[in-house]
Design a protein. Structure first.
Length: 417
């Protein structure tokens, strides 16, 4: 399925974000490469052969990006399929009981394989400031499985894959719940059965699972094309929304409210830019697409994240407004006092001594009130000059910061030369 068909599935504004015409336009920039690498996953209980067809690297605004592996496993075991997905989600070496074997080389995680063989330069493009935030998240799994055409799609199987229940400690398939009503309750509102009984889908925070009785091929199955086309890009956009909101919330938690004025302004700009450029009420044109988006947003809790983020930043805006109002009131009070005192003292006490050639010896004869008037006048000049210089510096910093914020929040590609 080509991009033109997928573009017609979305509203024009959303399609422009997903498929920008040039690298200088805002949106997602996708870079793909075919590999066709064969390997196998070795675990305690099984050996699962697989093929890596291609890899996509998608750079996004807000300093985010996605790395997509398009893989195919060759097994007839449903439990092995779950185990394969569960193992590949582990992006860190966290006491893994498996290894990835490719051309005689072994790797403890899929990330080690990607960095060691597929994308050795990838770490050079990762911002170390965001590593702690991103490494807590595991890989998201989008998987479409073919089951026997004579079999029925069992909701328990959907639940098992959605919770990654593969093998227990004894090597037997298991499910972490026995109550069918509980399982049905967990799946309620997160399954999409528009194409039942031949196909059923489950949307979760960490996976999008599809079970189908139709033959899975690159071109013959209409549902396969939609799953890896329309659903994939709807998922990608929703994941982007979720990560942006989490990133803003994470940045907010690290702010010292009395010290980080620029960071507060940056967060406010990020949320406004995100709202105006990337988040809309309805994205696809078809009723099916709108249903899919609602399920994805519900599983990611995007509306709740967005509401919480807006509430947090609204309180920041109120705090900033109150703080600015207090500062402005204090500044106005100081300037008013200077103006009044200068008007009372300086015009009557010593301004006539500033006319013509200055006679410095005459200042030695001043009384305390005249010295006070001199201090008020010249300190007022210093204050006004300081405020003017500070205003110019602030104006320049605002222009510089805004250009940087625009680059980070709107464009994902290189700067225009």
């Amino acid at each position: 399925m080509n991009h033109k068909e997928i573009e017609n599935y979305f509203l024009p504004l959303t399609a422009n974000i997903l498929f920008p015409i040039t690298q200088l336009e805002k949106g997602f920039q996708r870079y793909s490469k075919k590999f066709n690498v064969d390997g196998q996953l070795n675990t305690e209980h099984s050996t699962i052969p697989f093929k890596i067809h291609s890899i996509d690297i998608i750079t996004c605004p807000f300093g985010l990006g996605f790395l997509t592996l398009r893989m195919e496993i060759q097994t007839n075991s449903f439990t092995q399929s779950i185990e394969f997905a569960e193992c590949l989600r582990k992006i860190k070496d966290e006491t893994n009981n498996f290894e990835i074997d490719i051309d005689g080389c072994t790797y403890p995680t899929i990330i080690n394989f990607i960095v060691s063989r597929l994308c050795p330069q990838l770490p050079n493009f990762i911002n170390n400031d965001d590593v702690l935030f991103l490494e807590k998240e595991k890989m998201f799994v989008q998987s479409l499985l073919k089951i026997e055409s004579t079999a029925s799609i069992d909701l328990v199987d959907l639940y098992r894959f959605g919770t990654f229940c593969s093998y227990d400690s004894t090597g037997k398939p298991y499910v972490n719940a026995n109550n069918l009503e509980f399982i049905s309750h967990c799946l309620h509102g997160y399954t999409y059965d528009r194409f039942a009984p031949t196909s059923n889908y489950l949307f979760q925070q960490n996976c999008l699972i599809g079970l189908t009785t139709s033959e899975i091929t690159a071109h013959s199955c209409f549902q396969t094309q939609r799953f890896h086309g329309f659903y994939y890009y709807a998922l990608l956009l929703s994941l982007f929304h979720k990560l942006v909101l989490l990133k803003i919330a994470n940045s907010y938690s690290a702010i010292h409210i009395e010290q980080d004025k620029q960071k507060i302004e940056s967060l406010l700009y990020q949320l406004n830019s995100f709202t105006s450029n990337y988040i809309y009420t309805v994205y696809p044109l078809t009723s099916e697409g709108q249903e899919i988006f609602k399920l994805i947003r519900k599983s990611f809790r995007i509306d709740q994240l967005y509401a919480n983020t807006k509430d947090i930043l609204f309180s920041l805006v109120k705090y900033e407004d109150n703080n600015v109002a207090k500062n402005d009131s204090m500044l106005l009070l100081v300037l008013t006092l200077y103006t009044v005192i200068c008007g009372i003292f300086s015009m009557n006490l010593f301004t006539h001594d500033l006319q013509g050639n200055l006679k410095w010896d005459h200042f030695k004869t001043y009384n305390p009130f005249e010295y006070f008037a001199v201090f008020i006048v010249f300190s007022g000049i210093v204050v006004v000059g300081t405020l003017a210089i500070k205003g110019i510096i602030q104006w320049y910093q605002n222009i510089t910061n805004r250009k940087k914020w625009v680059r980070n929040t709107v464009w994902s590609s290189k700067k225009k030369n």
